[in-house]
Write a protein that binds this ligand. Sequence first.
Ligand SMILES: [Mg+2]
Length: 278
Amino acid sequence: MLAVFFDIDNCLYSASSSISQLMMKRIRTYFIELGHTEEEAERLHSAYYRQYGLAIRGLVKHHEIDPMDFNERCDASLPLEDLLKPDPAIRQLLMDIDRSKVKVWAATNAYISHAERVLKILNLRDLIEDIVFCDYQDPAFTCKPEPEYYEMAMTKIGLSPDDPADRAKCFFIDDSLSNVRAAKTIGWGSCVWFREQLSPEARAHLVSGDEAATQSALRAPSGSYAEQLKQSLEAGDGAETEGVDAVISNLHQLRNIWPQIFKDPSNSNTTEREPKEG
Ligand SMILES: [Mg+2]
C-alpha cells in the first residue's frame, strides 16, 4: 500500500484565492494586538516562519499565546466560503487514484477545523481518508518541515517511520519547497513541489488585491513566509529543484509523475488537460 499526502492550502486550491494574504494580515494584526508595532509584527512573523515553519510555533514558544485563540482569530475568521469553490477537475483527479493501492491523506500545518472546512468547501472531504494536522491543543505539537511531523504522519497512517521501506511508500506534494525537501530528506519515496504558475491576470489581482500589506509582505526578507509565497507564485526556470523529485505547476501533472497511483489512465476523462511544462 502506498500513502499519498496532499498539502491543502495553496495546493488543493489556487493561491489566486488570496487566502494567504488575508491570513498574513490577520497574523500581523494578532502580533499588533499583543502590543507590538507594525514593524515588529512584520519582523517577528517572518522570523518565526523562517525558524519554526509557521508563526504560531513562535507565538506559543515566546509569547505564551493560547493556540486555540489564535486559530479562532486567524484561520477560523477567514471568509473561506466566499473565496473558495470546488474544482470538478481536481475532484476527478482524486477520484482517479486507485484506492486499492493507495491511501490518500491530507497533511496540513493548520489545525483540524481549518482543514476540514477547506476540504468540505472544495467538495473533496469524502476523497481524503484522513488528515494529518498541527494539533494546537498539544503544547508540543509538531509541524512541517520538522522531521517529527512526517514521522507522526507515517504512524497515523499505519507505516513505521523506522522502516526505510515504509518511508519509500510515502508520496508527498506541497507548495512549500522547504516542506517538500524535508520529506525527501527523511526518505519519502516521491516528493513533489507544487509551484503554481498563475495567469498574469490572477497575479495582478493577487498583488493589487488590497493591500499595502501584500506589497510590503512580498518585499519581505528571503526565507520568510512572504518570500515562500512569492517564490511559489512566480514562474521560475527550475533552478531550485534540488532536493525534490519533481516540480509541477498543475496538479494534473501528477498523472504523469505518479502513474502508479492512478487507475488505468486510458479510462481517464481528464487527459485533455495536459499541463504546461513548468
Ligand atoms: Mg500549502
